[in-house]
Design a protein around this ligand. Sequence first.
Ligand code: UDP
Ligand code: MG
Length: 323
Amino acid sequence: MQGEQTDSRKETVTVLIPCYNEQESLPILFERMDALVSKQVESGLKYTLLFVDDGSKDETRQLVREYAQHHSYAKYIFLSRNFGKEKAMFAGIQHVDTDALVIIDADLQDPPELIPQMAELWRQGYEDVYARRRSREGESWLKKATSRWYYELLQKVSGVAIQKDTGDFRLLDRKCVEALKRLDESERNSKALFSWIGFKKIEFLYDRDRRVAGKTKWNYFKLFHLAMDGITSFTTLPLKIATWSGIAVSFVALIYAIVILVRTLVIGVDVPGYASIMVVMLILGGIQLLSLGILGEYLGRIFMQTKNRPNYLVEEQNISQWS
Ligand code: UDP
Ligand code: MG
């Protein structure tokens, strides 16, 4: 009975904030976070802010360190270099001991003022309260469209329900956090993992703002890699497609070989057909390269995982005693 009670306690909320070169956003973020924390007593929640600095090269660390000196509810982990947002989030997840964890961007695209509403849904019994964007201010048409197509595809191939138009902005119950701690795969796509773990989910709509300052750290190259992580970590379907197209092409090639053989025997040697040879060569070459590429994507990820390196390294932190 005692154990059950502690398991379902709904008091402490940790806000996880991955930061990478966010010196312009941080002062505004601090202000809005302070406002949130100052209302914690009436809401019956106890907030902790956990900043994970992902190897920033600007003043981010100094700002966070200074802020933490004056605010006991501010904790931080500084990673030894830039590991990427995925690993920064994982570093945070692995270090917390909290009834609920909220993940939020440092650039204030996700309004911290919504956290009490998320906590309200959590109190009603939901375990993964994820924010769904009603609008995406300041994002290009291309980014929106590619993101939508990708998630439709991922949903189809993975067989796991993937939430559309959501980011990492969400509140996770302790149960989800404990589940995520166990998923220490090296090539991470959190959005896929949030779906994979399951639990009682609910969405709530919000308007995603523009960045308050600075600029996005994503580019299409990074996004492509993240997208591939999503697919390869969920399904081996591309490998199967490679196999099946190999079989189909071989079958057609065999029939064509028989046709040519018979024709040569019956009609005699023909003038060689340059066009048909080129077509067959190009198609086969293309399929072979594509299949090799697909194999490579999986192999590379197996390689990264088998090296068994830690997902991140911590350089400095002030959370040795979590309170
Ligand atoms: N971020 C990080 N490591 C990185 C890149 C980004 O921790 O290598 C953080 C960044 O500081 C921000 C969040 O991840 O708090 C989202 O980044 P960004 O705003 O660049 O992404 P977008 O909102 O454009 O998807
Ligand atoms: Mg952003």
